[in-house]
Design a protein around this ligand. Sequence first.
Ligand code: HPA
Length: 255
Amino acid sequence: MEKAIIGGTGIYDIDKGSYSKIIETKYGKVEVDIVKIEEEEIVFLARHGKRHSVPPHLINYRANIMALKELGIKYIYATAAVGSCNENYAPGDIVVIKDFIDFTKSRSVTFFEGGDNPVKHVDMSDPYCKNLRQRFYQIAKEESVLIKGEAVYVCTEGPRFETASEIQMYKKMNGDVVGMTTVPEVILAKELGICYSTVGIITNWCTGMEEDMSMHNIQELVTENKTKVSKIFVKVFVEGLNQKNCNCKTSILEL
Ligand code: HPA
């Protein structure tokens, strides 16, 4: 098994023939679903748990990513619900995440804990796999799914939403969308040499971007987009990938 999707809500109907598996890691247990699509066994991991019961700041990110590594996963696509603080990206739009700004506070953000192991650092010049991003764009075009553009993801600790002043600050820092989960997921994947890419699905305007912060009745569109995005992921996976097309496997710096 080399390919996985994190997020995953709304995709389970792709194939009825899925089975669940529990993986025990040194960080904790993780349950995944495995679906066979055209000879490819694809792993689905519900980031917040199958019943969406784990809040973003309490997700066991290290267990999740280690479990995927132990299954042999080399490629991960993730979906993320995000708010927009960029006027050009509206609720209902799909964006490809190209970089992040980390405002998390209390999470375990690394596997490199020191101790008896050498001190290691991971390069973040291309946090999201450039090959997975490019392939996503290509297949989206083939499938006539509109991708609004690329976005810088500001990751907050949550679970509270941001104040209007915080959003003004994130805008000034060139943040485009705000969410609570890409950190440390993207970092941990890179530390283990796994190609990782996140696609953002915009669910709302960020605080203060509009008078009415309601969800615009776009729930249906969001669900529809999640399904479209997941189908693109599966198509990229089935068509095949090669880790020679990016630097994700060689991003560890030992100084
Ligand atoms: N802020 C933080 N996280 C989010 C938002 C938001 O506006 N929307 C969806 N996840």
